[in-house]
Design a protein around this ligand. Structure first.
Ligand SMILES: [Zn+2]
Length: 472
């Protein structure tokens, strides 16, 4: 089966056919770097990380571009509040963004273009729009005229009249249409600005994503992604200005993720219910956060709570225990020597096929992850039974391979096993106590401790200075 993607632009699920065979050009609207990102933003970064890595797992070479908006009203306001230069705010939170993404196990993008380093590309695009008559100047500001683009509103599925009726901002009567948006903003007192053919100023937000996506991916590329609230006006405007400037199609598939709510409420500063990703990462493993996001289809809204996350953490631990037990068993057993193995491993192989089919169908991680836990159950049962362990080693080997494969994109199984480190520490503590008992000549109790530890598969050697232990 080929990969199907729900395309916001056509409002239906479509077969994914990339422009160049075997390659995917992918643009994600990245962060505005004025604060630490919150758990709602984290959903977007993680979901698209999984989609990108899944496409790679399916054999595509993915060029993954995530921009950084480092000039914006929010950054300027934040800088004014803190009485620092906007660059200082932007560089601090850019660094924090990368740090938190790595903690969430998000794979580095192919590139992260910064808006402030692409002013020239934005100005070129604006010049082109002016030349072609799609934009106009108003006292140092440049506006895009939406009347010039007949498909305006297609992405959001809205009619221009309805959009005007819903317009909530104080209308600027000089504009030709209320919905015309700024491509270039004339400098205001004390703001960061750049020289331009239209005087000093700074770019509008929408133009930056058009300029950067097309610079790195071309006039036409495969996927443009972002959160649902970017559909209008941000992505609608990106389509309008890009298509008018180049005459090309711009992005072929538009993927949008649903909202994250805190319990039943929207996350907002006034409700005081904003959790930053780093706060959550201090309490929970990255795998549990990733699993929590994967347990819902990316388009559905998701309700966040500490309890739900705690459940996800338990599920991750269940997965981890199963995986490491399996790994240990396989290491202990030499499969090639075992001639009596059962070659009928279809039960497990079906899991792989099912997981892939489900993911191919618009990246349905929710159902896919449920399948993985069904597999855990089957594997645990097999590991309980001595018959299965000895006769079905190849089945177990297949299961481990599936876990390794799904982890390439979901990344929900922690690959280090701290539990054994703790076990070693506990062993040292016990042996130190035993040494003390021996010094006190309480041999009966010392021997009892030794006996119990040996039962767990360790060898204890009493040296002249200290007691050593090793695994049998
Ligand atoms: Zn954008």
């Amino acid at each position: 089966m080929s990969i199907q993607i729900y395309n916001t632009l056509t409002n239906k699920k479509e077969e994914f056919i990339p422009i160049r065979k075997g390659e995917v050009s992918f643009y994600l609207c990245g962060p505005t770097v004025y604060d630490y990102f919150h758990i709602g933003n984290a959903r977007a970064w993680v979901v698209f990380d999984v989609i990108r890595r899944y496409l790679e797992y399916r054999g595509y070479d993915v060029k993954y571009v995530v921009n950084l908006t480092d000039v914006d009203d929010k950054i300027i306001n934040r800088a004014n509040e803190l009485c620092v230069h906007p660059n200082e705010v932007a560089s601090k939170y850019t660094e924090a963004y990368f740090e938190d993404c790595r903690r969430l196990k998000i794979k580095d993008a192919t590139c992260n273009p910064k808006a402030t380093e692409h002013i020239k590309e934005m100005q070129d695009l604006i010049s082109l729009l002016l030349e072609k008559g799609y934009a106009y100047e108003l006292d140092g500001d440049i506006y895009f005229e939406i009347n010039g683009f007949s498909e305006y509103g297609k992405l959001s599925g809205k009619r221009i009249d309805d959009l005007i009726a819903g317009y909530r901002v104080e209308p600027d009567q000089r504009k030709r249409n209320l919905l015309d948006f700024a491509l270039w903003k004339k400098v205001k007192e004390g703001e960061v600005c750049w020289d331009s053919p239209w005087g000093k100023g700074r770019p509008g937000w929408h133009i930056e994503c058009s300029a950067m996506s097309m610079k790195y991916l071309g006039k036409e590329f495969d996927v443009h992604a972002g959160a649902e609230d970017l559909i209008f006006p941000h992505h609608e405007n990106e389509i309008a200005q890009s298509r008018c400037a180049t005459g090309g199609v711009f992005a072929h598939y538009w993927i949008h993720i649903g909202f994250l709510r805190i319990g039943k409420e929207k996350m907002s500063k006034s409700l005081g219910n904003i959790y930053t990703a780093r706060e959550i990462l201090d309490e929970f493993s990255p795998e549990s956060i990733r699993l929590f996001f994967m347990q819902k289809h990316y388009k559905s809204p998701i309700e966040f709570s500490i309890d739900v996350l705690a459940n996800a953490e338990n599920a991750v631990q269940r997965l981890k225990r199963c995986y490491f037990k399996l790994k240990e068993l396989l290491e202990r057993y030499n499969i090639e020597d075992n001639l009596n193995y059962n070659k009928n491993t279809d039960i497990i192989k079906n899991f792989r096929k099912e997981i892939i089919d489900i993911m191919d169908d618009d990246f349905n991680s929710a159902v896919s992850v449920a399948k993985i836990f069904d597999l855990v159950k089957v594997v645990n049962e097999k590991m309980e039974s001595e018959y299965s362990v000895s006769k079905e080693m190849h089945v177990l080997k297949d299961a481990k391979d599936i876990f390794d494969e799904i982890n390439k994109f979901f990344d929900i199984i922690p690959m280090t096993y701290e539990k054994s480190e703790n076990t070693e520490k506990l062993l040292e503590i016990l042996l130190n106590i035993r040494d003390e008992l021996r010094e006190r000549k309480e041999y009966a109790l010392a021997d009892k401790i030794r006996g119990e530890i040996e039962k767990l598969g360790y060898i204890i050697e009493d040296g002249a200075l200290r007691t050593r232990w090793m695994k049998r």
